[in-house]
Structures are given as structure tokens and as C-alpha cells.
Design a protein around this ligand. Structure first.
Ligand code: AHG
Ligand code: MN
Ligand code: MN
Ligand code: MN
Length: 333
């Protein structure tokens, strides 16, 4: 394998092979990369620069925001708003769509992002990340909400950056999934995980077990069977992981397989789901499918869900295809 293939070289060479990926898209991706490098640097310094802890404000999700939720959101917006590649943005941390002021040019893409995923982990120094999704905008003038509410299958690019022991970018443009590690010495993302694929079989599940009493029957059945181990109907023992950072769970599953569930929670009919469709579920669904895995609500392929709202929540089940298929089957029986 060619050594030291930078992300820029990789995208340019992918453009040659798949001409659909345009030049301006490459520039947009570079702007996102620059923003994520800035976020990585900030996250790595943490308390040294007083960016940890709560901001004392609430976002549209009803979550108490961390200082870094807001700081990372501002870094993403400030890095992208002037570039002329986008006609609009959407963020977990901003109630409405983010318009491009008229004094900047507008472009043919929309960017949606979760600027800091897993932010409840930032104060305890566990892996967090940034998730992004790129859609096409074929209109003219300021986009409306409806222009953002495209199915996940319409995404032209999706990725996430992991701020962990190493900073990594995981990316798909619809031609497989590739992983890049940030070489802090030269400030470049280097291709380290070409063509990532998820093993179809697994013995590892990820779910927040404290919600067990509120799950629907198909999920209860699936997890009970995993926990029953080799004495149970699955005839094998399972392991469990729960990091509480979606990006960390997805990268682990890309690396060694597994199944992740954040299912319906019957506790509060007003909020039966936690994870958001447009900037969490859809981008990771695109990546997981491109890596040979599957992603579903339990009743519907995630990339086929017709969005109804910018911050719409969905049940999220993803990972090794044979396990996701089994969970879907349990929802049908
Ligand atoms: P965010 O920090 O962007 O709000 O997302 C957190 C999400 C996701 O990253 C993770 O899988 C899940 O919340 C963890 O939920 P619990 O804290 O309920 O386990
Ligand atoms: Mn949040
Ligand atoms: Mn998130
Ligand atoms: Mn977030």
C-alpha cells in the first residue's frame, strides 16, 4: 500500500476514478478537515484552556450544553459559512437552519453536523467526535427547511472525526469507507484504514442496559438471548461495550464488528428516542452500509426514512448485518 497518502491526495485520486465527486466538494471537505483539526487541538488541551464543563445553557434538544458543544459548533460554522461551497447548514446545537448571509456567495451543498458527539464524556476524558453529512442543494437563493429534509440515501458524503487516543477521520463518498489518522507533526490526515468493512457476524453488543425496562419486546428478546450466552438460544457468549459516544461505538464496530442499539424507550411518549436522524443516524448509516453493515430503525432501513423535522429523533440499530437482520426479523414476528 502506498505510504503517507494524505486525505487530499486520496480525494483527488478518488475524483479521477469517480468523476461525480466535484472539485468544489474537495475544497468543502478541506474546510471541514481544517475545522476538525482546530477542534482536535482544543479538545486535547481541555482544562488547560478552561473549555470543559457546562455552559449553563440548554439546546433545542433540552440538553444542558457543554462549553465545548458551543465552541465546536462555532468553529464549524465560522469555518464553513464564508467558503461559497454551501447554501446552508444545520447543527445539533442550533434550533433552525443556519443561513449563509447575502454578502457571502452560496454553493450547491448543505452541511449538517453534530459538532461534538458524546459530549457527556468530555469532562471524564473519554473519546468524543464530530459527525457531518453533506447533501446537495439544487435550488437557488436561501434554502428552506424542506431542502434539508432529504432521505439519508441522498447524502453525497458522510464522515466523522474521532478525538480519542488518536484523532481519526472516517469518511465515505459512496465508494467504500476509509479511515485517516491525523499526523500531529505535519497536521495531515494520513490513510491508515483503507476500505474498512464490518464483519457480518459478531458476539459483541452495545446498548445502555439501564433502559432495559423501557425497551419494546423485540429488543428485550434480542438482548435477553445475547445475555443468556451459550446456554441460551444463541449458543454462544456475547460481550458488551457501552462508551456513550456514538462515534466511538461505530468506529469499534467498523474495526471488529458488533451491533449497536439505541432503541425506542417507552418511558416518555413525547421523547421515545434519543438519537437524531439528520446529523447522527443518517451519516453513520451511510458509513455502516458502505462498510457492508446494516442500519435500521428496527422497522425501516435508516437511509429510507423520510425526515419530518431537522432535529427528528429515531431508534438506531446498526452494525454487523446478520445481527441487524435478526433484530429486524424480531420486530416483524
Ligand atoms: P451528543 O453528545 O451529541 O448529544 O450525543 C450523545 C449520544 C450518542 O453519542 C451516544 O451514543 C448516546 O448519546 C449516549 O446516550 P446515553 O448517555 O443515554 O447512554
Ligand atoms: Mn448533545
Ligand atoms: Mn451526538
Ligand atoms: Mn452533540
Amino acid at each position: 500500500m502506498t505510504k503517507n497518502v494524505t486525505l487530499t491526495r486520496f480525494i483527488i485520486e478518488q475524483q479521477r476514478e469517480f468523476p461525480g465527486v466535484s472539485g468544489t466538494f474537495t475544497l468543502l471537505l478541506n474546510d471541514i478537515v481544517k475545522a476538525c483539526k482546530q477542534i482536535s487541538h482544543m479538545v486535547n488541551r481541555g482544562d488547560l484552556i478552561g473549555v470543559l464543563g457546562s455552559a449553563g445553557s440548554e439546546n433545542v434538544q433540552g440538553e444542558v450544553q457543554k462549553k465545548l458543544d458551543i465552541i465546536t459548533n462555532d468553529i464549524m460554522v465560522d469555518s464553513l459559512i464564508w467558503t461559497g461551497h454551501l447554501s446552508g447548514m444545520a447543527s445539533e446545537e442550533v434550533d433552525d437552519i443556519i443561513q449563509i448571509p447575502d454578502h457571502y456567495p452560496r454553493g450547491k451543498y448543505l452541511a449538517l453536523f453534530d459538532p461534538l458527539d458524546g459530549s457527556s464524556n468530555i469532562d471524564v476524558n473519554l473519546t468524543v467526535g464530530t459527525i457531518f453529512s453533506i447533501l446537495r442543494y439544487n435550488g437557488s437563493g436561501q434554502p428552506q427547511l424542506e431542502d434539508f429534509l432529504q432521505k439519508g440515501s441522498e447524502q453525497i458524503c458522510a464522515g466523522f472525526v474521532l478525538y480519542g487516543p488518536s484523532t481519526m477521520m472516517i469518511l465515505t463518498t459512496g465508494h467504500g469507507v476509509n479511515g485517516f489518522t491525523l499526523d500531529q507533526d505535519i497536521g495531515e490526515f494520513i490513510l491508515t484504514h483503507p476500505n474498512m468493512t464490518i464483519p457480518s457476524e459478531t458476539s459483541e453488543f452495545a446498548i445502555n442496559m439501564s433502559n432495559q425496562q423501557f425497551w419494546e419486546a423485540p429488543v428485550k428478546r434480542y438482548i435477553d438471548e445475547c445475555v443468556a450466552g451459550e446456554q441460551g438460544p444463541r449458543g454462544k457468549n456475547f460481550n458488551m461495550r457501552w462508551v456513550a459516544s456514538l462515534v466511538a461505538e461505530v468506529f469499534r464496530i467498523l474495526t471488529r464488528g458488533g451491533v449497536f442499539l439505541y432503541p425506542y424507550d417507552l418511558r416518555d411518549p413525547a421523547k421515545p428516542c434519543k438519537l437524531r436522524l439528520m446529523y447522527e443516524a443518517n451519516p453513520v448509516a451511510f458509513i455502516v452500509e458502505q462498510a457492508g453493515g446494516a442500519c435500521s430503525t428496527g422497522r425501516e432501513r435508516m437511509l429510507g426514512v423520510q425526515p419530518k423535522g431537522l432535529h427528528q429523533r429515531v431508534p438506531l440499530i446498526l452494525g454487523s448485518k446478520s445481527e441487524v437482520d435478526r433484530i429486524i426479523e424480531y420486530h416483524q414476528s
